[in-house]
Design a protein around this ligand. Structure first.
Ligand SMILES: O=C(O)CCC(=O)C(=O)O
Length: 274
């Protein structure tokens, strides 16, 4: 059931993003963080760097967020009632590390066409100016812009994709408390700065929820059905996790992450840091 009201929908269409939206309790956000930290402890390489994608395939707590009914109600308001999940990313910034995200547009390099899709950024910790919250350039979602590829250390994007000349005075910070989310448009220009606090900043990002009509034109992505009916069958359907760090699920995640790396580095002979 779609749940955004007409003012929220108008704001999303005009500005290219919408926030904050309450989704999880603080307790649920903390439980998801704890599960991530348990995986990090037990299998340190499993959700780091190029493996930080698709952790929902091995974590029941993250899976529950991806399939959260309230979250899906908001997504349905924007992309319609037939919804697939084609991937997730953990954007974790540790204190005293130089991690940042250069200004970019997701649609530039993700290969999902047409742009009937949306990204949900779920805060598992508070996310604010001090710890490097997301910054949006409102109304920039009208067209695809040129990007440089800077491959710089610290940049949490694979190729350091960068839109230059973003006007500082127009950019808006998206501050969220743990359990809230923002939704952003495939073409909005966004990025984030470094974490200057003493705690981690953890964003669990469903990237993305796609309409069933959306194709992957740069390679291959498998999907889960989140809601409704897949009338187009453009993608292979994969299972939800059987249990935490289940062996079979770990293999599926590995395969999906290889597909993603192939997409991200298509046409490039360089390798980024993530
Ligand atoms: O977490 C961040 O700071 C950036 C996330 C991002 O680029 C995205 O969700 O598309």
């Amino acid at each position: 059931m779609a749940n955004l009201n007409s003012n929220q929908l108008k704001e999303y269409q005009d500005q290219g993003y919408l926030a904050p939206i309450d989704i999880l309790s603080k307790k649920e956000a903390k439980e998801a963080r704890d599960e991530i930290e348990l995986i990090e402890k037990e299998m340190p390489d499993e959700i780091d760097k190029s493996e930080r994608y698709n952790a929902h395939l091995i974590s029941p707590k993250l899976d529950a967020i991806v399939h959260n009914a309230k979250l899906l109600d908001a997504v349905e308001s924007i992309i319609g009632k037939n919804i697939l999940v084609c991937g997730t990313t953990l954007f974790i910034k540790n204190p005293n590390q130089q991690g940042f995200v250069s200004y970019h547009q997701d649609a530039k390099y993700i290969g999902l066409e047409p742009h009937n899709w949306i990204t949900a950024w779920v805060a598992l910790t508070d996310s604010n100016e001090e710890n490097g919250c997301m910054k949006m350039w409102p109304k920039s979602h009208i067209e695809i812009k040129d990007h440089d590829e800077k491959f710089n250390e610290g940049n949490l994007l694979t190729r350091g994709q960068t839109v230059d000349g973003v006007p500082d005075d127009e950019v808006k910070s998206v501050e969220l408390v743990a359990g809230q989310m923002s939704l952003h448009h495939p073409r909005i220009v966004h990025g984030s700065g470094i974490n200057k606090s003493n705690d981690r900043r953890i964003g669990f990002v469903i990237q993305s929820y796609i309409g069933t009509n959306v194709k992957q034109v740069l390679g291959k992505n498998s999907v889960q059905l989140a809601r409704g009916v897949d009338e187009f069958h453009h993608h292979e359907i994969i299972q939800r996790p059987k249990s935490l760090m289940n062996k079979e699920d770990l293999l599926i995640k590995k395969r999906e992450n290889q597909y993603l790396q192939d997409i991200f580095y298509k046409g490039s002979d360089k390798k980024g840091f993530y």
